[in-house]
Design a protein. Sequence first.
Length: 379
Amino acid sequence: MGRVFKEGGEHIFSTGYVPDELPHREEQIKQLVDIIRDGLEVDAYHVPILYGETGTGKTTTIIHVLNIIDRRYKGRVQVKRVNATIKNRSYLAITDLAEKFIPVPPRGLSIEEILSRLYDKLDIQDMQYVFAIDDADELIRREKGKILELLTRIEENYDRRLLFPIIVVRNLKYIDALPSHITSKLGGLRIAFPPYKKRELKDILKERIEKGIRDGGITQNAIECATYNVEKLLGGNARELLNIILMAGKLVERRGGDKIESEHIRQALYESYSSRLSSGLTIKKPRDKKYRVLWAIYKVLHEEQDKYYIDDEIIQEAFEIYKTTFQIEDLNKEDIPDILLDMAIYEKQNLIALDEGRLAAAHYPVSLVFQILTNNLFF
Ligand SMILES: Nc1ncnc2c1ncn2[C@@H]1O[C@H](COP(=O)(O)OP(=O)(O)OP(=O)(O)O)[C@@H](O)[C@H]1O
Ligand SMILES: [Mg+2]
């Protein structure tokens, strides 16, 4: 058994796990539940559109909301989520929806026929059907919104609404590009899923750490390091955050350790994402004082690999190392933060970052940076 994860803990960080809590999506959940309630109870429904970049919690929110609706209206409402990257034609998506109620022969029925049979069946059973078409970007783009047209048109033939679609996309651009006879009938609320900020990502992690990681199996600095990098480098994508913790945890276990530290996060990031991150470390002027300062800082970090923020203690130690190693009297201890700040702002290599006002060692593994600096510096 692993020493970082609890039994079954790795699953808690996988995409298959649906969290109990969805911090920072309370508002979106409430809006959507209210829209559906109004539709079901007072027959006022306009198709809502959920939109946001990948990993911002759209699918998870849908799963939560459909569960709420299912529990609340048991017996008279059915719910379903269709993944439109798999059911990537209107015909396939509608068939998938209809099959919950009626047998659909493999061929021979038009979409219109399937829809009206579904409608009749719902009508006879006195059922309403709330469903989400998730990841609908490609489906809408390729068929120019056909599915939206079909779903809104069918309602016009009946005096009571039985279908309650919810549309989920990453980007609104394909919907906005549709002809107005389609968009005018949608007219529902657009619910935004903004990328998560560092603080929000920390809240998202709480449940997973409690359930998936042993006591003391991850340090606060590792959490700081992971959430900072996901906000800044990976678009605030919660899926990537969970993946990085999972990768870092596995790495620690492979090495026989029992605690995820910030260096493991940096290594997991580097191994999994280096192609998407900034290019390798280049040292343009090896004789430059700032690289000597950086080297001294990274020498300290190399020995204390859980460090994430560069505090006074690190600066003091680095200063001593600088003096003894280079034996040049060209550095004041007080200047070190400014030199680092300068690198954080101008170098764009993410060796040093400014995180909430504090200097931090960002996504490069310190062991790697230390080695590169050592090989390049002219002592
Ligand atoms: N607020 C949150 N609280 C807890 N976990 C979250 C939250 N938001 C997202 N997650 C988790 O992050 C992962 C990605 O979320 P989800 O699949 O819902 O994103 P998405 O917006 O549907 O992304 P995509 O556009 O790629 O389909 C999931 O594992 C989900 O459980
Ligand atoms: Mg999704």
